[in-house]
Design a protein around this ligand. Structure first.
Ligand code: SF4
Length: 362
């Protein structure tokens, strides 16, 4: 019941997802207890180090330059600004800082060097460092690892089939390639997706097949509920029910017993009771801070009150894996290769993306 399997099928996962709820919760909670301390939850702070102006067309994202949303773009933050935010996050209970940049892929050069310095700086604060910077090559993954990166986030977003209904500017196989590049280093993988984008339950199961059949499975799997932002192609999507979230969390826990299942975007739409059910179902990680990149998130004090109420404790850093060592830039074994990999551009037409783009140019 509790071993990690890498051969889950969509049918098996659907069968789990659709179990009577009490059965599903009992099974997920039992597996959760076999692999994790059920009273400990990892707390991450997500920091948007470069906001907006992204060339991609992800239908859920207010940072895509082609849609008209009220997100204000920002250039890359300085290392000092990031350090100040990391210290603030640490003092309010976060063990991890996740830095997000609205890039299609990483380009070697000054900006990436600056991100590497941010990684070094935060690792030296004895916090886990995660980055989400778009597609990366093996060399870039090695350079991040050497700087002291703990995790790299690259979400699959949905099933391979439904992904094509949401994004047309990059291919699903490139997501897998980036994860593979990260796997060639000692950096852990964080990869999950979003529910509530209009996908079928089969797509949710399909995404879990893609994630759970990776070997090793991702160490962290964020489950986001879509936050429908005005101006994006998915602005009119109805919020998903809490029961869908609970089922998705429980199913993720069962098929990936060792992973940290992260309650991510959409927590402002959930009650405390709903979140408590998610923790019971196996979620053991949250994002803290009043913003998740650009969308709202519960206030950190509210989260700490919820932890107190539920008897939860924030997880200490480097519990699951040793702290990586930081190699200074001057002693680096790796040089920027200036590679220009040909990441795919399917460019098929997604009608709602086209409509949102046309509205933005009016
Ligand atoms: S999700 Fe990332 S890649 Fe997609 S548009 Fe937003 S910032 Fe760009």
């Amino acid at each position: 019941m509790s071993e990690t399997r890498h051969n889950w099928t969509k049918e098996q996962i659907l069968e789990i997802y659709n179990k009577p709820l009490m059965e599903l919760l009992y099974e997920a909670a039992t597996i959760h207890r076999l692999h994790h301390d059920p009273n400990t939850v990892q707390v991450s702070t997500l920091l948007s180090i470069k906001t907006g102006g992204c060339p991609e067309d992800c239908g859920y994202c207010p940072q895509a330059a082609r849609y008209h949303t009220n997100v204000e773009g920002n250039d890359l933050m300085s290392v000092q600004q990031v350090k100040a935010q990391a210290l603030r996050a640490k003092s309010s209970g976060s063990s991890r800082v996740c830095m997000g940049a609205a890039w299609r892929n990483v380009k070697d050069g000054e900006e990436f060097d600056q991100v590497l310095e941010m990684v070094r700086t935060i690792n030296k604060l004895d916090m886990e460092v995660c980055c989400t910077l778009g597609m990366i090559t093996e060399n870039q993954a090695q350079r991040l690892a050497e700087a002291g990166l703990y995790a790299y986030n690259h979400n699959l977003d949905s099933s391979e089939e439904y992904y094509k209904e949401v994004i047309s500017t990059r291919g699903f196989e490139d997501r897998l390639q980036t994860i593979d590049n990260v796997r060639k280093t000692n950096v852990t993988v964080c990869s999950g997706g979003i529910i509530g984008m209009g996908e079928k339950i089969e797509d949710r199961a399909g995404m879990l097949v893609a994630l759970s059949t990776l070997n090793p499975q991702p160490e962290s799997v964020p489950i986001n509920a879509l936050v429908a932002v005005e101006g994006t192609p998915l602005e009119d999507q109805e919020p998903i029910s809490i029961w869908d979230m609970i089922r998705m969390v429980a199913t993720t826990r069962i098929v990936m017993p060792e992973t940290q299942v992260r309650l991510s975007a959409g927590r402002t739409q959930m009650t405390r009771e709903g979140q408590a059910m998610c923790f019971f179902a196996g979620a053991n990680s949250i994002f803290a801070g009043d913003k998740l990149l650009t969308t709202p998130n519960p206030d950190v004090n509210e989260d700490m009150k919820m932890f107190e109420l539920l008897g939860l404790n924030p997880q200490k850093p480097f519990i699951k894996k040793m702290q990586p060592q930081t190699v200074e830039a001057s002693e680096s074994q790796y040089q920027a290769l200036g590679e220009k990999p040909k990441w795919s551009r399917p460019e098929h037409k997604i009608e709602r993306n086209e409509v949102a783009k046309a509205k933005a140019t009016k």
